[in-house]
Each structure stands twice: as C-alpha cells, then as structure tokens.
Design a protein around this ligand. Structure first.
Ligand code: CO
Length: 134
C-alpha cells in the first residue's frame, strides 16, 4: 500500500540555524520558510535527490511541536511520510487492520498542498507515520 518515502521530518529549536546547517555545512538546497498555522509550525524543505527532509520549528510552545521540543530540547526526528495513491482507501484499510489514525480521521492539507493523515506511533514501531496522497 505505501509507496515512496516522501520526507523525513526533524523538529529543530532554531529553524534559521538548522537551515544553515543543511545549506552551508551539508551543501543541500533549502526552501524558503513556510508558516502553517493549522499545523502550528514553520517549515523548510531540504531537497535531496531521492527524498526531502522537512525541518519543523514550533510556532509557539503550546503547539504539538512545541511540546515535542520540551521533551527533546535539542530537537530530533519527528515523523516519516510515505506516499499513498488513495488516502481514504489507505485509512479504511489501516483502520480495518486495527491501526489508530490520529485526529478525527479526516485528511488535512499538508505542507505540500496534498491531503495527509497521521498514524499512531504505538502501531508503527514507535514512529509517527504521515501518509500523503500523491
Ligand atoms: Co510531514
């Protein structure tokens, strides 16, 4: 059911500093900053030849990413995003297999303008999984 790895997301305490690490130290292309109020984040995308890295900074300490940073002050890996062809079919299949879809199960529009859902880390090896319809 899942297809390509769309991106790996890393939470960072300082988006400008993290962007500089990827651009200047690692020599990658880093996008302009996008702010996504409905997700509580500022985000940049690091474009790699085979996938992307999403660097996430919290809009405020009360957001989910802000809470993640309180537990992981240096930042850390937050989620992996797999592509699916049909997000509603994927959701229904996963729920039928007993997996927990976070929120009310309705896809939201993610940072790429495509529908996304998140799956509980409890069901997926301790890792938060995002599904994106492509
Ligand atoms: Co993501």
């Amino acid at each position: 059911m899942i297809g390509r790895l769309n991106h790996v997301a890393i939470v960072v305490p300082d988006l400008a500093a993290a962007s500089a690490v990827y651009r200047d130290t690692l020599g990658a292309n880093v996008s302009a900053v996008q702010t996504l109020p409905e997700h509580g984040v500022h985000v940049v995308f690091v474009e790699l030849p085979n996938t992307k890295i999403e660097l996430l900074e919290a809009i405020d300490a009360a957001s989910p990413i802000g809470k993640f940073l309180q537990r992981n002050p240096a930042g850390g890996m937050h989620h992996v995003c797999y592509e699916v062809a049909d997000i509603l079919a994927a959701r229904d299949t996963l729920q039928a297999k007993g997996a927990k879809v976070l929120g009310d199960g309705t896809p939201r529009i993610g940072a790429h303008g495509k529908p996304v859902l998140f799956l509980s880390p409890k069901d997926f090896c301790g890792t938060l999984v995002e599904l994106e319809q492509v």
